[in-house]
Design a protein around this ligand. Structure first.
Ligand SMILES: Nc1ncnc2c1ncn2[C@@H]1O[C@H](COP(=O)(O)OP(=O)(O)OP(=O)(O)O)[C@@H](O)[C@H]1O
Length: 587
């Protein structure tokens, strides 16, 4: 929590300091009121008192109450302002931190948890700052000040108040001990519920197709029930608090009056009136003491939850980024070269590496293909080029320079990466193609049309009523799988990178479109180096070099003909897909 409070600005701390002044004024006003009450009580008991004489302290009482009310409004306003501006800034900081996260950090936290941390956890912080300022500061000031007011009065009454405070503390600390551990649970359970909801929503079609609604609903209901049980427990416990406090404060008033009755009965006649007036005032102050302790303990009820949230937010903000990008690149000539020099990588550093000791070189304009069974490490290998992850050992070089020496935008401008699953954003075809910034941005209609033509996407874009300005729904849901892939390919081609990396990006294309696209790439992007991961032999058989991967190791490298003659694994894949004639003549 301290880490979070350290993130408050000077202005916010200034406003907090002014709020403290207003709180002190508020408490002073509240503690001043019983003095006038005492005056009125004495006046009422004094014979010959005129109404005019009583109205005077009465007006003071109303005036002080109004002023105290105004002061509390000002404090509430300031507290809300600090809480809102702090949480807005924290939200910005979390968002920009997450934007710098690499895949491994995102995987470490999980997306649902990152969303909960940016929303729900932040709301807890906002709440504790808004309430905390009022109760944390007002509580002790009220309690201590009210105690000084009653300290020298009657010892029996003071003892009664002390016993009431003791009961109050016992009740609140018992509740706290029971409730606090549950708060940590609530946040983790919220993460879990978000994760299940997200999984169910994104997989809804599969769930329906497999008639798995009941099983998935059960998972949701189970998580929901556990969360509800924990929430119910904490809320029930907290529900005891209010009546408990009322019993204690009413009990205290009753006890003070009861003791007072005996004391007044035993006192001399002239002392009776003073005692009675003292008793009325004492009750008011005793209530303030109880109120002070109550305020102090309220913070302990909202603090545990906020502490858990603060920890979860700080975890995100203080995560060391596994990928650090230099500000400036050491610029090298753009040659479209890629070199893997004894590269190994493992997602889990302690486990066996997922790819091991890979070395190869791709020269400008060459097409290098990767093939191998599923899970052999093809995607992992090419993910190291745009630095989605860093190699555990060995070096990945682009144009003779280690990828770690490039500034992020420079490396991104040299490399065009098309992921396995195309990602489109809501907007138009144009906004999806002229996306982000590249060397040539903003891209002209001609650039876009050329890219769409190479990607075999112009036909269906031209058929749209608004052509380039036709809308794209969220996630590109108004396009087919193959159309999405082609739009994603066009987007990369439009950036004119020197290296193109296709991670199984032709998988949703029919054989004919696949071939036309490859031909167009060969004709129009002769100088561009192409790295292609594919499952189909026909997609890669014309590559300059084909790299065969098996369990993360490079078990073959060469042309289609060489590998077909010499490499067992390649032969196996090839024969499982194409007939002898097709293999001999190419497709
Ligand atoms: N994010 C990840 N965290 C941990 N392990 C991973 C991760 N991604 C992949 N792996 C593991 O790394 C290995 C290689 O996976 P990779 O996706 O690179 O294979 P692939 O050859 O591209 O497979 P496919 O052809 O099915 O896409 C697999 O054993 C997989 O379980």
């Amino acid at each position: 929590m301290i880490d979070i409070l350290k993130r408050t600005s000077k202005k916010e701390r200034g406003i907090a300091a002014i709020s403290v002044v207003f709180i002190i004024v508020q408490v002073w006003l509240e503690l001043k009121i019983p003095d006038y009450m005492s005056e009125i009580t004495t006046l009422l008991q004094t014979e010959g008192t005129t109404t005019q004489e009583i109205i005077h302290p009465g007006i003071w009482m109303i005036g002080l109450s109004l002023l105290s009310f105004l002061a509390s409004i000002v404090v509430g306003f300031f507290a809300a302002k600090i809480a809102a501006s702090l949480s807005t800034r924290l939200r910005d900081q979390i968002y920009s931190k997450i934007m710098h996260f690499s895949q491994s950090e995102i995987q470490q936290f999980s997306i649902p948890s990152l969303i909960t941390r940016t929303t729900n956890d932040l709301t807890q912080i906002q709440l504790v700052v808004a309430m905390g300022l009022q109760v944390v500061i007002k509580g002790p000031i009220t309690a201590v000040w009210a105690i000084t007011k009653i300290a020298n009065k009657n010892w029996q009454w003071t003892l009664t108040t002390a016993i009431a405070v003791l009961f109050l503390l016992i009740m609140l600390s018992t509740l706290l001990l029971l409730v606090q551990p549950k708060f940590t649970k609530v946040q983790n359970l919220t993460d879990k519920l978000n994760s299940i909801t997200r999984e169910n929503l994104s997989g809804i079609r599969v769930i329906r197709a497999y008639n798995a609604e009941n099983i998935q609903s059960q998972k949701f209901e189970q998580a929901n029930e556990i969360l509800t049980t924990v929430n119910l427990f904490t809320n029930r416990m907290l529900a005891i608090m209010n009546p408990g406090m009322t019993i204690i404060s009413s009990g205290l008033t009753l006890a003070v009056y009861w003791i007072g009755a005996y004391l007044i009965d035993a006192a001399q006649l002239d002392a009776k009136l003073v005692l009675f007036s003292d008793m009325v005032v004492f009750t008011s102050y005793a209530m303030q003491v109880v109120l002070g302790f109550m305020l102090m303990t309220i913070i302990f009820l909202i603090l545990p939850r906020a502490l858990v949230s603060a920890k979860r937010i700080t975890e995100v903000l203080e995560t060391n980024l596994s990928l650090v990008w230099p500000e400036q690149s050491v610029l090298t000539e753009k040659r479209g070269e890629i070199e893997f020099d004894h590269v190994s990588f493992g997602y889990d550093k302690s486990a066996v590496p997922v790819i091991q000791d890979i070395s190869f070189k791709a020269k400008q304009g060459q097409t290098i293909a990767f093939i191998g069974s599923t899970g052999s490490g093809k995607s992992t290998l090419i993910n190291l080029i745009p630095r989605f992850y860093d190699a555990t050992s060995g070096g990945v070089k682009v144009d003779g320079q280690n990828v770690q020496a490039y500034a992020q935008d420079e490396l991104n401008n040299r490399i065009g990466f098309i992921p396995q699953k195309p990602v489109l954003f809501s907007g138009t075809i144009r906004s999806n193609l002229d996306f982000g910034t590249s060397v040539g941005s903003p891209l002209s209609d001609n650039d876009l049309k050329q890219a769409l033509t190479i990607a075999q996407a112009w036909d269906f874009v031209e058929a749209k009523s608004q052509k380039l300005d036709d809308p794209v729904a969220q996630g590109g849901s108004n396009f087919s799988g193959g159309q999405k892939q082609r739009l994603a390919i066009a987007r990369v081609i439009a950036r004119k990178p020197e290296i193109l990396i296709f991670d199984d990006s032709f998988s949703a294309l029919d054989y004919r479109t696949d071939k036309m696209l490859r031909d167009a790439l060969d004709t129009h992007l002769r100088q561009t180096t192409k790295l292609i991961v594919a499952q189909r032999i026909s997609t890669i058989m014309h590559a300059d070099q084909i790299i065969v991967l098996d369990e993360g190791r490079m078990v073959g490298i060469g042309t289609h003909e060489t590998l077909l003659a010499t490499n067992d694994i390649y032969q196996e894949i090839a024969h499982s897909q194409l007939s002898k004639e097709e293999l001999a003549h190419g497709k």
